[in-house]
Design a protein around this ligand. Structure first.
Ligand SMILES: [Zn+2]
Length: 325
């Protein structure tokens, strides 16, 4: 079987609709008033600098990263304080590049009881790598993070949700690199990422052993998946819309949400790049000033925990292979 055949065959299996059932959501912990729907959601942070986002890749060269002002430690400090104030634990998908330069920060995150997971070494999108290079990068980054944090690293999130139809091999490579789960698919239509017809809830991609994929949350309206799992959409839409959508996932779908944001999103003072296009400027800079207050609200309005505890641990019903009948 040649390479293209193999990829297409895997893709067909991965995307076959209705062949997956998500975890049965049960509360992992009682977080008091936050646990209104009885569903505990997964809170995640993609730990990277403001200049490492893929939308700036054409403006900021990797070779210049070390010359730019670092903001990540201050922003992560504020996030740790926010989480502590709400008694929330989360998962921090961290770049290997960041961990090597800020090892004390990584240890501080782990010491506060959060999960350390991998965001790859230096934010290269999956489709810009060969399968072998991708596997090597994922394995090396896991080792870097484990050595620094002193705890096992089980989760991976691809740069810019770049596991798409072009890279169906990525799941098997992550399994081979020692990961237990991935959260790298956004089941929406977007110009830079997304698999619009991918399963909306945790599933086991065919050919990837025990690895599970936990997609970013969407709400299904009129047969279309709309994003509600954080990031730019959470900043751009009114908070009430996000809250409604996430409650709908918890109550109607009976599923935990997978939510994410970045340290630079709570940093309106970050240095700005003047030469970025209008669309990127809008997506990156809009509502940075409102983000921290919104995070406080979402931390208070929902129950949250680390990805491994919400989706992987026994006794929480998170068996992605469980057949719905
Ligand atoms: Zn990222």
């Amino acid at each position: 079987m040649d390479q293209v055949d193999r990829l297409e065959r895997r893709e067909a299996i991965i995307l076959k609709p209705g062949s997956f059932s998500g975890p049965v959501a049960t509360p992992a912990h009682d977080h008091g008033a936050g646990a209104r729907s009885g569903v505990v959601n997964a809170m995640t942070v993609d730990v990277e600098e403001y200049f490492q986002v893929s939308a700036f890749a054409n403006i900021v060269r990797r070779a210049d990263w070390d010359r730019l002002d670092s903001r990540v430690e201050d922003n992560v400090s504020r996030i740790l304080d926010l989480f502590a104030a709400h008694d929330v634990h989360g998962t921090f998908f961290t770049l290997g590049w960041i961990a090597q330069r800020h090892p004390a920060m990584v240890r501080r995150i782990a010491a506060a009881g959060h999960e350390i997971a991998s965001h790859g070494f230096q934010h290269v999108r999956v489709h810009d790598q060969t399968p072998a290079v991708f596997r090597e990068d994922a394995a090396t980054t896991r080792k870097i993070l484990e050595d620094i944090a002193g705890i096992p690293v089980r989760g991976y999130r691809a740069a810019s949700f770049s596991i798409t139809r072009r890279t169906p091999w990525a799941f098997a490579e992550l399994e081979a690199a020692g990961y237990a789960y991935s959260s790298s698919v956004y089941p929406i239509r977007h110009d830079h990422y997304g698999i619009p017809d991918a399963p909306r809830f945790a599933y086991r991609p065919e050919g990837a052993g025990h690895l599970i994929e936990i997609p970013i949350s969407t709400v299904n309206l009129f047969g279309r998946n709309l994003p509600c799992g954080g990031g730019g959409y959470f900043r751009l839409l009114p908070y009430g819309v996000s809250r409604w959508a996430m409650r709908r996932v918890n109550r109607r779908d009976g599923q935990p949400c997978m939510f994410y944001f970045h340290p630079w999103e709570i940093d309106p003072q970050q240095p700005r790049f003047g030469s970025v296009g209008l669309k990127t400027r809008f997506r990156h800079y809009t509502n940075l000033r409102r983000m921290e207050a919104r995070l406080r609200a979402v931390l208070a309005d929902f129950a949250w925990d680390r990805v491994d505890r919400v989706f992987l641990e026994a006794g929480h019903g998170a068996g992605p292979n469980r057949e719905e009948s």
